[in-house]
Write a protein that binds this ligand. Sequence first.
Ligand code: FAD
Length: 468
Amino acid sequence: PPADIQCEVLVLGSGPGGYTAAFRAADLGKKVAMVERYSNIGGVCLNVGCIPSKALLHMSVVLNETKEMGAHGITFAEPQIDIDKIRAFKDGVINKLTGGLSGLAKARKVEVVTGYGKFTSGNTVSVEADDGSIKTIAFEKAIIAAGSRVIKLPFIPHDDPRVMDSTDALALEEIPERLLVIGGGIIGLEMAQVYDSLGSKITVVELGDTIIPGADKDITKPLLKKIKKKYENVFLKSKVTNVEAKPEGLLVTFEGKDCPETDLFDRVLVAVGRAANGKLIDAEKAGVAVNDWGFIEVNERQETNVSNIYAIGDIVGQPMLAHKAVHEGKVAAEVINGMPSAFTPMSIPSVAYTDPEVAWAGKTEEELKAEGIEYEKGAFPWAASGRSLSLGRDEGLTKAMFCAKTHRLLGCGMVGPNAGELIAEAMLAIEMGADMQDIGLTIHPHPTLSETLCFAAEMAEGTITDLM
Ligand code: FAD
């Protein structure tokens, strides 16, 4: 039988990768259908990821600041927390963005098909709606943007409502008295911060010897120091081996040097990483190769092993970040349109939107050392930044690593308030091949935190030797 819908480009998944690809393909004149299992488009990022977490983190920073202001002569009354209103604010932000996206889809005549999509051949998918009805779509080209999902652990009773993943934590059902966060990566630490500022007592347990594995230790140190002071416990080199649901709470068994053998928590947040969705879409029926971890391998044109099928975003590999998905989405749509596009960034920046924020771009110092690349470094402590001190903050650091031969910027790490915004300048410098003079001679406004990159470059160059 003929398919219910015929399209030139089918996009499976409506996250930042999917909608970017769909919109770009439509703008280039293609007839596009985008399949999404949920009624809201926008994927993890808009609905249960980047955006709701940032809405809640903003509140946590405001709450933290009102407390810290006491030391500078302004004391506020104890904040009154209304989690229903906080939730409504967060949901309002999501709805504005997803509503805006639906409008953008309509304006481009992108047909949004709601339901769970699976390949039935190299040119067709079937989409099953919640009511069991099925639509078939025939396509010329497909872009797989089906993203990732949370990883569950076998020894944790995930169906107990007191065990949360990041989606549950963002739903903000209640403020538990004692919360255990399993996983000291970006997502775990961001959610830990939200619940800490709302009044929960937090314990973080992390397998590695530091928080945010992947970032250099010197830029995560100020954050570690702060949370060690603020939270009930931060256990490194430790793990949870069992969680038992008891009526009085979740009984957690630990293994590690400093942690207790067992402890009772009101809620547990599991934030140990995400798994790619490659094995859940019948990719084999289209002949698309999926590896053991659910990832689909692609080349720099986002092409899979099947010539008319492309893949983008979390499903093609690390880093699982929205800005990577977006750029890959554009590339896939343009390649389908016959354009000479490729995904060849010099680097993909990472940011933890904690307080202080931790951000890095290009090579980390650890990577430079491991790869035997010779570099010159400038490291500017924010304790010498007038702007940082005037914010009442002195724990920040900006370090910049330059190639010893060409003096070009190879990598940059920052920690401090707004580091996530500031790292964009380092990204531009890396992409443009800027060297230490380019950055050091660029006049940065004073007094700003952005100056710290300029100072770090000047320190690497040797034109600043002394700090005030
Ligand atoms: P996704 O956003 O995962 O979207 C995939 C979509 O496909 C989903 O809507 C899914 O329902 C749909 N789908 C999957 N399979 C099917 C199917 N078979 N049929 C129909 N629909 C299907 N990244 C950042 O860059 N910055 C951040 O601050 C940040 N914060 C985060 C915070 C949290 C709590 C989490 C969980 C993630 C965060 N991320 C962040 C990561 C970011 O959300 C992802 O990298 C990004 O959403 C990936 O985009 P994507 O397009 O690949 O897929």
